[in-house]
Design a protein around this ligand. Structure first.
Ligand code: ZN
Length: 428
């Protein structure tokens, strides 16, 4: 007998609804009986959403000690340097506890967080390692040692990276474009790869997050990935300089990224506001080449990056907002591209994080997300509420959709944003 039977679930890319059986926390083959049945009424059901790139240690610090008035990356870094002085382990934990709950409510159950290690006491790393233990299996949390001020250019930077690894981070980071020289940048990438490969860890580097077309550390990442045989375990985040590379160089680079089997993370919320700041008109979008990377068969996922911090004052941890912005900013409003956006916040992220038993097939963990919308297009259009979130087959979040009325011709009537109702879901 099944523990739970979900009726009326519409899976991505399918027009008919189907049933999903759940047994002992896993998706199961269907059986005749179930202890409990829930009718989802045609809701789109995806696997749990994946957040492959967020800075949890900085969340909810917007306005502390002051607001970022220009909205620039550099004012953000200056404000963060002030805020870091008052950081405590408990301060970090309290803010992160809040945002993890927001993420779970949004259907996010797998989170990779970068954590700043440029602090001799490593308070943020300690806080997040403790919190990862404290939350258990409620949310899967991966931590990246992230040197905000650089590895080679920050006093004791290499030691702090090693200490963060000893404290138990899962992934090794770097920020080569922020190092004092190009050579330091290359050295920092090689340092990160050596550390990760010695310890059997993954790599996720903030790479070329600038509009400078001379910032080309990603080629060193590809070379190190190939040299060390780390294909599938390496992620390059941001890579906004790729927007400005000449096409001949980009062509060669993208081929090498494919050969290296690297994962890419694009962060449309932060980078749509931060890039192009040194341009007069025309202002470049400063965004990595998402469509070219995807069509080359490279795994690209979408990150949120910031939630209410000195760099980005908005957001509530919902990957659907990031996908919505990428639909515009990355010109991905084509019908099948909207579906691709959903893949980029689910399966693609799962692949970058190396998740196992992820998906909708029998044998996968029953970590699911049901939208208050029937199709991918409607889910993105409405940034539809997650009406039900299941983890290991148990309901862990639910949202009652808002009820809206208008008064028209003197009569109050219900508004349904899913209208006009379509007779049938043609090629949903
Ligand atoms: Zn970032």
């Amino acid at each position: 007998m099944l523990d739970l039977l979900l009726r009326g679930a519409r899976l991505p890319g399918e027009s008919e609804t189907r049933e999903i059986g759940i047994k002992e926390g896993l998706i199961s083959e269907l059986e005749p009986d179930a202890q409990q049945t829930i009718d989802l009424g045609g809701a789109l059901v995806t696997p749990a959403l994946v957040e492959p790139h967020i800075h949890l240690d900085a969340v909810l610090t917007v306005g502390e000690p002051r607001h970022n008035q220009t909205g620039s990356l550099f004012e953000g870094i200056a404000i963060w340097a002030e805020r870091v002085r008052t950081l405590t382990v408990e301060d970090v934990k309290q803010r992160v506890r809040t945002v993890l709950r927001w993420q779970l409510a949004n259907g996010v159950q797998f989170v990779r967080s970068h954590v700043d290690v440029c602090d001799p006491e490593l308070k943020a790393v300690r806080a997040l390692v403790e919190l990862r233990e404290e939350i258990g299996d409620q949310v899967h949390l991966q931590l990246v040692a992230f040197p905000q001020q650089g590895i080679m250019s920050f006093d004791g930077g290499q030691d702090l990276m090693r200490k963060a690894v000893d404290l138990g981070v899962d992934v090794v980071g770097a920020i080569p474009h922020f190092e004092l020289t190009r050579e330091y940048g290359v050295d920092s990438v090689k340092f990160a790869f050596a550390l990760a490969s010695n310890k059997g860890l993954r790599v996720d580097i903030h790479c070329d997050e600038t509009d400078d077309d001379h910032s080309r550390f990603i080629e060193t990442m590809a070379a190190e990935t190939i040299r060390l045989g780390m294909g599938g375990r390496v992620t390059a985040s941001h890579t906004t300089a790729m927007h400005s590379y000449n096409n001949a160089y980009a062509y060669r680079l993208i081929n090498n990224l494919k050969r290296a089997q690297m994962h890419m993370v694009t962060n449309p919320l932060d980078n749509s506001t931060l890039q192009g700041r040194f341009d007069s008109y025309p202002i470049r979008r400063g965004h990595t080449r998402v469509k070219e990377l995807l069509s080359a068969g490279i795994n690209v996922c979408i990150g949120h990056d910031s939630v209410m911090d000195p760099w980005y004052p908005l957001g509530y941890g919902d990957p659907m907002q990031s996908a919505f912005v990428l639909a515009h900013y990355g010109q991905m409003s084509g019908h099948s591209e909207l579906r691709t956006l959903m893949d980029m916040i689910t399966w693609n992220g799962a692949s970058a994080l190396g998740l196992e038993k992820y998906g909708l097939l029998p044998g996968c963990r029953a970590d699911l997300c049901a939208f208050d919308a029937p199709t991918e297009m409607d889910a993105i259009r409405l940034i539809a509420p997650r009406k039900l979130v299941l983890r290991g087959g148990k309901i862990v979040a639910r949202t009652e959709p808002a009820r809206t009325t208008v008064t028209w011709d003197g009569r109050e009537e219900m508004v349904d944003f899913l209208n006009p109702p379509r007779n049938q879901l043609r090629d949903p």
